[in-house]
Design a protein around this ligand. Structure first.
Ligand code: HEC
Length: 136
Protein backbone atom coordinates (compact mmCIF):
# COMPACT_ATOMS: atom_id res chain seq x y z
CA UNK A 1 0.00 0.00 0.00
CA UNK A 2 2.78 2.39 0.98
CA UNK A 3 4.57 1.54 -2.25
CA UNK A 4 1.48 2.33 -4.28
CA UNK A 5 1.30 5.73 -2.69
CA UNK A 6 4.92 6.44 -3.65
CA UNK A 7 4.16 5.53 -7.26
CA UNK A 8 1.14 7.75 -7.16
CA UNK A 9 3.20 10.67 -5.92
CA UNK A 10 5.84 10.01 -8.56
CA UNK A 11 3.20 9.90 -11.25
CA UNK A 12 1.72 13.12 -9.94
CA UNK A 13 5.14 14.82 -10.00
CA UNK A 14 5.69 13.63 -13.54
CA UNK A 15 2.32 15.02 -14.58
CA UNK A 16 3.13 18.35 -12.96
CA UNK A 17 6.48 18.49 -14.75
CA UNK A 18 4.79 17.75 -18.08
CA UNK A 19 2.15 20.37 -17.40
CA UNK A 20 4.88 22.90 -16.63
CA UNK A 21 6.62 22.09 -19.92
CA UNK A 22 3.36 22.33 -21.80
CA UNK A 23 2.68 25.65 -20.13
CA UNK A 24 5.97 27.22 -21.13
CA UNK A 25 5.80 26.08 -24.74
CA UNK A 26 2.32 27.53 -25.12
CA UNK A 27 3.71 30.72 -23.62
CA UNK A 28 6.37 30.89 -26.30
CA UNK A 29 3.65 30.55 -28.91
CA UNK A 30 1.73 33.32 -27.16
CA UNK A 31 4.70 35.67 -27.41
CA UNK A 32 5.04 34.95 -31.12
CA UNK A 33 1.34 35.66 -31.61
CA UNK A 34 1.69 38.95 -29.76
CA UNK A 35 4.63 40.04 -31.91
CA UNK A 36 2.64 39.96 -35.14
CA UNK A 37 0.12 42.76 -34.34
CA UNK A 38 3.03 44.98 -33.23
CA UNK A 39 4.54 44.81 -36.71
CA UNK A 40 1.15 45.44 -38.30
CA UNK A 41 0.66 48.49 -36.07
CA UNK A 42 3.77 50.10 -37.51
CA UNK A 43 2.21 50.47 -40.95
CA UNK A 44 0.32 53.72 -40.66
CA UNK A 45 -2.65 55.21 -42.46
CA UNK A 46 -1.40 57.19 -45.49
CA UNK A 47 -4.57 59.32 -45.73
CA UNK A 48 -4.25 60.51 -42.14
CA UNK A 49 -0.52 60.95 -42.74
CA UNK A 50 -1.14 63.16 -45.76
CA UNK A 51 -3.30 65.48 -43.65
CA UNK A 52 -0.55 65.69 -41.01
CA UNK A 53 2.12 66.21 -43.64
CA UNK A 54 0.15 69.06 -45.21
CA UNK A 55 -0.10 70.82 -41.86
CA UNK A 56 3.50 70.51 -40.80
CA UNK A 57 6.15 68.92 -42.98
CA UNK A 58 4.93 70.66 -46.16
CA UNK A 59 6.39 73.96 -44.90
CA UNK A 60 9.91 72.66 -45.55
CA UNK A 61 9.46 69.57 -47.68
CA UNK A 62 7.00 71.07 -50.17
CA UNK A 63 3.73 69.84 -51.63
CA UNK A 64 3.88 66.13 -52.37
CA UNK A 65 7.33 66.01 -50.74
CA UNK A 66 8.90 67.64 -53.79
CA UNK A 67 11.32 69.51 -51.53
CA UNK A 68 11.95 73.25 -51.15
CA UNK A 69 15.39 74.57 -51.86
CA UNK A 70 17.21 75.82 -48.75
CA UNK A 71 14.41 74.51 -46.52
CA UNK A 72 13.81 70.78 -46.76
CA UNK A 73 14.97 67.88 -48.86
CA UNK A 74 12.75 66.17 -51.42
CA UNK A 75 11.19 62.89 -50.32
CA UNK A 76 10.47 61.74 -53.83
CA UNK A 77 14.12 61.00 -54.62
CA UNK A 78 15.33 60.12 -51.12
CA UNK A 79 17.42 56.96 -50.94
CA UNK A 80 17.62 57.58 -47.20
CA UNK A 81 13.87 57.05 -46.83
CA UNK A 82 13.91 54.08 -49.18
CA UNK A 83 16.66 52.36 -47.23
CA UNK A 84 15.07 52.74 -43.79
CA UNK A 85 12.40 50.69 -42.06
CA UNK A 86 9.31 52.38 -40.63
CA UNK A 87 10.83 51.98 -37.16
CA UNK A 88 14.07 53.65 -38.22
CA UNK A 89 12.24 56.53 -39.88
CA UNK A 90 10.09 56.95 -36.78
CA UNK A 91 13.25 57.25 -34.68
CA UNK A 92 14.70 59.68 -37.22
CA UNK A 93 11.65 61.98 -37.29
CA UNK A 94 11.54 62.00 -33.49
CA UNK A 95 15.16 63.16 -33.19
CA UNK A 96 15.49 65.19 -36.38
CA UNK A 97 18.89 66.01 -37.86
CA UNK A 98 20.38 69.30 -36.60
CA UNK A 99 22.80 71.21 -38.77
CA UNK A 100 25.64 70.19 -36.40
CA UNK A 101 24.97 66.51 -37.12
CA UNK A 102 27.73 64.96 -39.27
CA UNK A 103 24.99 63.26 -41.31
CA UNK A 104 23.36 66.61 -42.14
CA UNK A 105 23.72 67.26 -45.85
CA UNK A 106 22.20 70.72 -46.28
CA UNK A 107 23.45 72.79 -43.33
CA UNK A 108 19.79 73.33 -42.39
CA UNK A 109 18.03 71.94 -39.29
CA UNK A 110 15.55 69.11 -39.54
CA UNK A 111 13.74 69.83 -36.25
CA UNK A 112 12.65 66.91 -34.00
CA UNK A 113 9.09 65.87 -35.00
CA UNK A 114 9.20 68.60 -37.65
CA UNK A 115 8.89 71.14 -34.84
CA UNK A 116 5.63 69.83 -33.34
CA UNK A 117 6.44 68.07 -30.04
CA UNK A 118 2.77 67.02 -29.73
CA UNK A 119 3.05 64.55 -32.64
CA UNK A 120 2.46 60.98 -31.43
CA UNK A 121 4.32 57.90 -32.71
CA UNK A 122 1.11 56.82 -34.40
CA UNK A 123 0.76 60.13 -36.25
CA UNK A 124 4.39 59.96 -37.36
CA UNK A 125 3.88 56.40 -38.62
CA UNK A 126 0.87 57.69 -40.59
CA UNK A 127 3.10 60.37 -42.13
CA UNK A 128 5.73 57.74 -42.93
CA UNK A 129 3.07 55.64 -44.67
CA UNK A 130 2.15 58.72 -46.75
CA UNK A 131 5.80 59.51 -47.54
CA UNK A 132 6.21 55.95 -48.86
CA UNK A 133 3.46 56.66 -51.43
CA UNK A 134 5.49 59.61 -52.78
CA UNK A 135 8.38 57.45 -53.83
CA UNK A 136 8.55 55.90 -57.28
C1 HEC B 1 11.78 73.57 -40.53
C2 HEC B 1 11.90 72.78 -41.71
C3 HEC B 1 11.51 71.32 -41.66
C4 HEC B 1 10.31 70.78 -41.24
C5 HEC B 1 9.09 71.51 -40.70
C6 HEC B 1 10.42 69.36 -41.46
N1 HEC B 1 11.64 69.05 -41.97
FE1 HEC B 1 12.31 67.17 -42.48
N2 HEC B 1 14.08 67.97 -43.05
C7 HEC B 1 14.42 69.31 -43.02
C8 HEC B 1 15.78 69.47 -43.51
C9 HEC B 1 16.53 70.77 -43.66
C10 HEC B 1 16.24 68.18 -43.84
C11 HEC B 1 17.61 67.80 -44.40
C12 HEC B 1 18.62 67.69 -43.27
C13 HEC B 1 19.98 67.41 -43.83
O1 HEC B 1 20.64 68.33 -44.32
O2 HEC B 1 20.41 66.25 -43.85
C14 HEC B 1 15.15 67.25 -43.54
C15 HEC B 1 15.23 65.90 -43.72
C16 HEC B 1 14.20 65.03 -43.51
C17 HEC B 1 14.26 63.62 -43.79
C18 HEC B 1 15.45 62.87 -44.34
C19 HEC B 1 15.49 62.98 -45.84
C20 HEC B 1 16.77 62.50 -46.45
O3 HEC B 1 16.72 62.11 -47.62
O4 HEC B 1 17.82 62.52 -45.77
C21 HEC B 1 13.05 63.10 -43.45
C22 HEC B 1 12.59 61.65 -43.56
C23 HEC B 1 12.23 64.19 -42.97
N3 HEC B 1 12.95 65.34 -43.01
C24 HEC B 1 10.96 64.05 -42.51
C25 HEC B 1 10.18 65.11 -42.07
C26 HEC B 1 8.82 64.94 -41.59
C27 HEC B 1 8.07 63.63 -41.54
C28 HEC B 1 8.39 66.18 -41.22
C29 HEC B 1 7.04 66.54 -40.63
C30 HEC B 1 6.68 65.85 -39.42
C31 HEC B 1 9.47 67.11 -41.45
N4 HEC B 1 10.54 66.43 -41.97
C32 HEC B 1 9.40 68.46 -41.19
C33 HEC B 1 13.61 70.35 -42.62
C34 HEC B 1 12.34 70.21 -42.11
Amino acid sequence: MKRNLTYCLLALLLLLALAACGGSSSNAAGVAENAAPEVAASSGDPAAGEAQFNQLCIACHGAGGAGIENLGKPFTTSDFIKSKTDEELLAFVKTGRPMGDPLNTTGIDMPPKGGNPALTDEQILDIIAYIRTLQP
